[in-house]
Design a protein around this ligand. Structure first.
Ligand SMILES: *Cc1c(COP(=O)(O)O)cnc(C)c1O
Length: 438
C-alpha cells in the first residue's frame, strides 16, 4: 500500500494542504511563448530567481550611487561585514556552527583553497580518493592538485567505483579500499550528494572511516546544500564546499560556501593561501601590520567580496530562513516519494530509477534511466514544456524542489513523460505500444 494516490485530484489536494504552498509565489517561474508556466525540474542545476532578489540588489546599487566608498560602513547593510549577514542562515542550512561557515569565492576555487590546507601529501601518503562518477570539475581539480605536488594524476587518484551493473556506491567497497590502501591516501573528497545518481552519502560514516585510516576528509556539497539535511558539524568532516546557484537560488555563477570544522578554527600550523580578508578585522586597514589570521572559516577568505552577488544570496537565504529547512526537507521527502510512486506506474520494465529508494539516502532529485531512450525523449519533453536534464546515454534527472515545485508539477511531469514515451494510459500501464520487441 502506498501513501499516495493516482489522479490529478490527489495532487491538487496535496498542494492545498501544503504549508509551504505560498512560497512558489515568491519565485519567478519560467514561461513558454504562450505565457504558460513551464514545469521546471532543474533547480539542482540553476535555482529559480526569487522575486525579491532585484530589490536586494537594488538596495546595494542605490547605496553605492548615493554613498560611494562610504557604503562600506554607511550602507543600510554595510559592505565591510556584509558576508557576516549570510553566515547564520547558511550555517543553519548546512548544519554547522557559524564559526565553521563562510561565503566566498566560487565553488571549484574553494575546493582548491581547501586542498591547499587539507591536502598535504608526503612521499608515502599522497593519494586522493574520489567517487568514480565525481562531477568533472572536482575530478579536474584533484588531478591538478596531484600534478601540482609533483605526482602522477592517474597513479595518485583512487576511484570508489560501483560494482558491475550497478550505479550506487557501497560502503563495504570503500572499507575495502581503505583496508588495502588507507595509509597511502592523504585525502578523501566525495560529492555529498552525487550529481548523477542523486545518492546522498553518509558523511559521518565516510569521515569516521577516513579518519580511522589517517586521511583528511572533505565533501563537495553542491547538490546537498539546501536539498538535504547535511549536519556538517556532526559529520566531523575536515572541510566542505558548495555553490549557491543550485538549490540555494542565488543566481548563475554566484558565490560559494565553505565549511571548515571547528577543530581547525584556531590552527595556525595549517598551510593556507591568504589575503587581506583573512586578516584580523580590527587591524585590517592598518596596512603595515604583520599578518594576524582570523579564526574560523573566515580566515580562509582572500578578497573583499562582490556585494551584488552576496545581496542575491541574502535574498534567497532569507526565504530559507522563513520557510525553515526542516519544513522544506519534510515536504521534499513527500514530493519525491510521490514522484517515485507515479514513475513506478509507468512500468518498471520501461523506467528504472537509479537514485536510492531509501529517503535517507537521497534528496529531491530522481535520476531516471529510460529503456531504449535517446535524446529524442528529452527533446519531446522540452517541447512539452518540461525543463529537465539529460545525461548520456539514457538518464533524465529531475529535481522537484520543495520551495517552488508543486505536487501538480510532478503529476503533470509524469503525464508528459508517459505521453513522450507513447505509453498507453489506464490499466495495463506496462504496455508500450511503440516499443520494439527488445
Ligand atoms: C555544480 C557543481 C560544480 C560546479 O563548479 P563551479 O566552480 O561552481 O563552476 C562543481 N562540483 C560539483 C559537485 C557540482 O555539483
Amino acid at each position: 500500500m502506498s501513501e499516495h494516490k493516482l489522479g490529478l485530484d490527489y495532487a491538487i489536494e496535496q498542494d492545498q494542504n501544503d504549508i509551504l504552498k505560498s512560497y512558489r509565489n515568491l519565485f519567478h517561474i519560467p514561461k513558454d511563448a504562450q505565457e504558460n508556466e513551464l514545469i521546471y525540474m532543474t533547480g539542482n542545476s540553476l535555482g529559480l530567481q526569487p522575486k525579491q532578489t532585484k530589490n536586494y540588489i537594488n538596495q546595494e546599487l542605490e547605496d553605492w550611487a548615493n554613498l560611494g566608498v562610504e557604503g562600506h560602513t554607511e550602507a543600510k547593510n554595510p559592505w565591510l561585514p556584509y558576508h557576516e549577514f549570510l553566515t547564520k542562515n547558511m550555517a543553519e542550512i548546512v548544519g554547522a556552527k557559524p564559526i565553521e561557515v563562510v561565503v566566498m569565492n566560487t565553488l571549484t576555487a574553494n575546493l582548491h583553497f581547501m586542498m591547499v590546507s587539507f591536502y598535504q601529501p608526503t612521499k608515502t601518503r599522497y593519494k586522493i580518493l574520489i567517487e568514480s562518477d565525481a562531477f568533472p570539475s572536482d575530478k579536474y581539480a584533484v588531478e591538478s592538485q596531484l600534478r601540482h605536488h609533483g605526482f602522477d594524476d592517474k597513479e595518485g587518484l583512487i576511484l570508489w567505483k560501483p560494482r558491475e551493473h550497478e550505479e550506487l556506491l557501497r560502503y563495504e567497497d570503500l572499507e575495502q579500499i581503505l583496508k588495502t590502501q588507507g595509509d597511502e591516501i592523504a585525502l578523501i573528497m566525495i560529492g555529498g550528494v552525487n550529481y548523477y545518481t542523486g545518492q546522498y552519502f553518509d558523511l559521518k560514516r565516510i569521515t569516521q572511516l577516513g579518519h580511522q585510516y589517517g586521511c583528511k576528509v572533505g565533501f563537495d556539497c553542491a547538490h546537498g546544500a539546501g536539498n538535504v539535511k547535511l549536519n556538517l558539524h556532526d559529520s566531523g568532516a575536515d572541510f566542505a564546499v558548495w555553490c549557491t546557484y543550485k538549490y540555494l537560488n542565488s543566481g548563475p555563477g554566484s558565490l560559494a560556501g565553505c565549511f571548515v570544522h571547528e577543530r581547525h578554527a584556531h590552527r595556525k600550523d595549517l598551510n593556507r593561501f591568504t589575503g587581506w580578508w583573512s586578516h584580523n578585522k580590527q587591524t585590517r586597514f592598518n596596512m603595515r601590520h604583520e599578518f594576524d589570521q582570523l579564526p574560523g572559516a573566515e580566515g580562509w577568505q582572500l578578497s573583499n567580496p562582490p556585494i551584488l552577488s552576496m545581496a542575491a544570496i541574502k535574498a534567497s537565504l532569507d526565504i530559507f530562513n522563513q520557510a525553515g529547512i526542516e519544513n522544506l526537507i519534510e515536504k521534499s521527502k513527500k514530493l519525491t516519494s510521490y514522484f517515485e510512486f507515479l514513475l513506478k506506474q509507468l512500468g518498471e520494465d520501461v523506467i528504472r530509477i537509479i537514485t536510492p529508494s531509501n529517503p535517507q539516502e537521497r534528496g529531491c532529485q530522481l535520476s531516471i534511466q529510460v529503456k531504449n531512450a535517446d535524446k529524442n525523449l528529452h527533446d519531446k519533453l522540452t517541447k512539452a514544456g518540461v525543463i529537465s536534464d539529460w545525461r548520456e546515454p539514457d538518464v533524465i534527472r529531475c529535481a522537484p524542489v520543495p520551495l517552488y515545485n508543486s505536487f501538480e508539477d510532478v503529476y503533470r511531469l509524469v503525464e508528459k513523460i508517459r505521453l513522450s514515451l507513447a505509453l498507453s494510459k489506464g490499466e495495463g500501464t506496462n504496455r508500450n505500444e511503440n516499443k520494439p520487441e527488445h
